[in-house]
Write a protein that binds this ligand. Structure first.
Ligand SMILES: C[S@@+](CC[C@H](N)C(=O)[O-])C[C@H]1O[C@@H](n2cnc3c(N)ncnc32)[C@H](O)[C@@H]1O
Length: 282
C-alpha cells in the first residue's frame, strides 16, 4: 500500500483548516518563540526593507516582520490558500500594521520580477511544497544580490515525537515504508546537510543552518491528541491511516495514545521538538 504524500497545498484551502490554524496562533507562537527569533535574526531585516514571506499562512510572522521593517518598509505575504490569507489580513488589521499586502500565489511560481526583495522568508512550509528546489530557485530569483533567504523547517522525525511517533506507529502497523526525502512531508527536509545542499545547488552563498527547540505544550494528553487529529500534520497521518483497516486504525490510535503518555505529567503534556533554520545569501 502506498504512502503517497498528501497535497499539502490543497490541505490548507478550507475554512475549517484555516480557522483552526488561526485559533492555534498563541500556542504556536509559544512553541516557536525562540526559533522565530532565530529566523528573524537570520533574515537580517532593516528598516525600510521590502520583504517577501512565502507561504505566510495566517500572518503570524508577517506582522512581526512588518513591525521590524517599519512603516517605510513593506511585506508581501503570499500563500496558495486564500482562506489562510484572509486571517493574515485580519491579523494585520488587529495589529494596526498597514505595510502588509497579501497575494494568493504558488511558491513555485512567484509572480515577481527578479531582484524585487531585500529578503525572503518562509516558515514551516518549504518541506510541504511539491518541489522545494523549484521554490528555493524562485526565492533566489526574486531576492536582490546580497539579500538573504531564510527558512524554517521541521528537523527529523526522531527529534519531533509529537508528529513523528504517530506516523512511525501507523506506518509500522500498515506495513508502509517511510517516504524518501523527495516526497513532500513534515520531515522531508529534516536532514540539515541536505537542506544546505539544496541552498547551494540553487546558487546561494554563505549557506548556514542551526537548530532550535520547538517544544509542544498542551493542557493534557487528550488536548494533544485532539490537535494531532486536526492540525496540518494530521493530514500526513490521515494519509497513512486511510491505508489501514478499521481494526488496524484502532490499534494504531491505541498505540499512539500509549506512546505519547510518556509526555504527560503533572504540568500537562510537554513534548520536545526541533526545527532547523537555514539561511543563504544571493
Ligand atoms: C504549515 S503552514 C505554515 C504557515 C505559516 N508560514 C506559519 O508558520 O504559520 C503551511 C502553509 O503553506 C502553504 N502552502 C502549501 N503549499 C503551498 C504552495 N505551493 N505555495 C504557496 N503556499 C503553500 C499553506 O497554504 C499553508 O498556509
Amino acid at each position: 500500500m502506498a504512502d503517497n504524500s498528501p497535497d499539502f497545498t490543497s490541505v490548507y484551502q478550507t475554512d475549517e483548516r484555516a480557522d483552526h490554524w488561526a485559533r492555534e496562533k498563541l500556542r504556536r507562537q509559544e512553541s516557536s518563540a525562540a526559533a522565530t527569533e532565530t529566523l528573524i535574526k537570520a533574515a537580517d531585516l532593516h528598516i525600510g526593507d521590502r520583504v517577501l514571506e512565502v507561504a505566510a499562512g495566517t500572518g503570524d510572522l508577517a506582522v512581526t516582520v512588518a513591525q521590524a521593517v517599519g512603516s517605510s518598509g513593506h511585506v508581501i505575504a503570499v500563500d496558495s490558500s486564500p482562506q489562510m490569507l484572509a486571517h493574515a489580513e485580519k491579523a494585520a488589521r488587529e495589529a494596526g500594521v498597514n505595510n502588509i499586502e497579501t497575494r494568493v500565489m504558488n511558491a513555485e511560481e512567484l509572480e515577481f520580477e527578479e531582484s524585487s526583495f531585500n529578503t525572503v522568508i518562509c516558515k514551516m512550509a518549504l518541506m510541504l511544497f511539491g518541489n522545494p528546489l523549484t521554490a528555493l530557485t524562485e526565492m533566489h530569483r526574486v531576492v536582490k544580490l546580497g539579500g538573504r533567504v531564510a527558512v524554517m523547517v521541521w528537523s527529523s522525525a526522531d527529534k519531533n515525537p509529537f508528529h513523528g511517533l504517530p506516523l512511525q506507529i501507523a506506518r509500522r502497523i500498515g506495513n508502509i515504508p517511510t517516504p524518501g526525502p523527495d516526497i513532500p512531508g513534515l520531515f522531508a527536509l529534516g536532514d540539515s546537510e541536505r537542506l544546505k545542499d539544496l541552498f547551494r545547488k540553487v546558487g546561494f552563498r554563505n549557506v548556514s543552518n542551526q537548530s532550535s527547540a520547538h517544544h509542544r505544550k498542551y493542557v493534557s494528553l487528550q488536548d494533544a491528541l485532539t490537535l494531532i487529529k486536526s492540525s496540518g500534520g494530521a493530514a500526513a497521518l490521515q494519509n497513512v491511516m486511510v491505508n489501514l483497516s478499521i481494526a488496524d486504525q484502532e490499534k494504531a490510535w491505541a498505540e499512539i495514545t500509549e506512546a505519547l503518555t510518556q509526555f504527560d505529567g503533572p504540568n500537562g503534556f510537554e513534548a520536545p521538538g526541533e526545527v532547523i533554520i537555514a539561511v543563504g545569501t544571493k
